[in-house]
Write a protein that binds this ligand. Structure first.
Ligand code: DGP
Length: 169
């Protein structure tokens, strides 16, 4: 699983990891979250592009439901021997909602029971200001410097665990 704030290069790094694992002979599938092409993913996409409004609690639950929507598929892939690389997962769910002030335990609860990752790769930025200068920053709802700083703080202070692999983003 790869985690981190917006524009840290998660998607680029995970596709490089996929190529590497495939060159070692493994079968690999990337699952990106949010997965926008599902029933609930479409609602999330409309929210992120500011076409609809949802209460903080509602969008939090929708993101979690989106992970549950894909859970059977992820289990099936794992059982068939395919490596599943997740581009964001439950930690994103907590980081973004916690940054809005929702309770930590409440944020974690709806994801309880989802498959756990074997490894968390965390993309660690030098500063949010540097990320904000990257291409396409600012296109979606959460891409605001002050908000991203809060999300980063949650990753660093409340979620980061010694078992995670920290990569200089
Ligand atoms: P991405 O496709 O990785 O750029 O993610 C889209 C946006 O949604 C990004 O600003 C991060 C945010 N996001 C991703 N997962 C979650 C989640 O589970 N909950 C919340 N509230 N936001 C999320």
């Amino acid at each position: 699983m790869i985690e981190g704030v917006d524009r840290t290069g998660k998607t680029t790094q995970i596709s490089k990891l996929k190529s590497h694992l495939e060159s070692c002979g493994r079968r690999v599938h990337i699952q990106r979250f949010p997965e926008r092409n599902t029933v609930f993913g479409k609602q999330i996409s409309s929210f992120l592009t500011n076409q609809v409004q949802f209460k903080d609690e509602m969008i939090h639950l929708l993101f979690s439901v989106n992970r549950w929507e894909l859970e059977p598929e992820i289990i099936k892939l794992l059982e068939s021997g395919t490596d599943v690389l997740l581009d964001r997962y439950s930690y994103s769910g907590t980081a973004y909602s916690r940054a809005k002030g929702l309770d930590l335990g409440w944020c974690q609860s709806p994801d309880k029971g989802l498959p756990k990752p074997d490894l968390v790769i965390y993309m660690s930025p030098k500063s949010i200001e540097e990320l904000a200068s990257r291409e396409e920053f600012g296109n979606e709802r959460y891409e605001k410097v002050e908000f991203q700083k809060k999300v980063l703080q949650v990753y660093e202070d409340e979620l980061f665990d010694e078992s995670w692999v920290r990569i200089n983003a």
